[in-house]
Design a protein. Structure first.
Length: 122
């Protein structure tokens, strides 16, 4: 029995250059973010998996108005298809477009010290 993928596990792996996901034992869906239950079917039987660190940009946008407490502006955020999961991260390269291949290239910390995956063009 597992308690899902905790934020601490996910964060520790990211600092180590890995992306952790969780695959649902009931429906087979894979998520790429900390979760206690499958977002698709609600099952709590999840298996931790290492996600691929290279994938394709599913969508990307530039954040001009950041969430409260974040000073930085004009940064780029992408949702990247990594195997069966989608992971949200930061992009450094404004030339990266939807469909481009990117690879995990470390992480960035926000003002609260929470790391976010950083991707760059392959
Ligand atoms: Zn499920």
């Amino acid at each position: 029995m597992t308690e899902g993928l905790t934020h601490d596990e996910w964060t520790a792996a990211l600092r180590d250059g890995r992306l952790l996901g969780a695959t649902c034992r009931d429906c087979g869906a894979t998520v790429g973010a900390p979760t206690a239950a499958c977002p698709h079917c609600g099952a709590r039987s999840l298996e931790l998996v290492d996600l691929p660190t290279r994938g394709a940009v599913y969508t990307e946008t530039t954040i001009e108005v950041p969430p409260a407490g974040v000073e930085e502006r004009g940064y780029q955020v992408a949702v990247v298809d990594l195997g069966d999961a989608r992971v949200t991260g930061r992009l450094d390269d404004e030339a990266v477009a939807i469909g481009d291949d990117v690879v995990l290239a470390g992480f960035l910390e926000d003002d609260q010290g929470n790391p976010a995956p950083r991707f760059e063009a392959v």
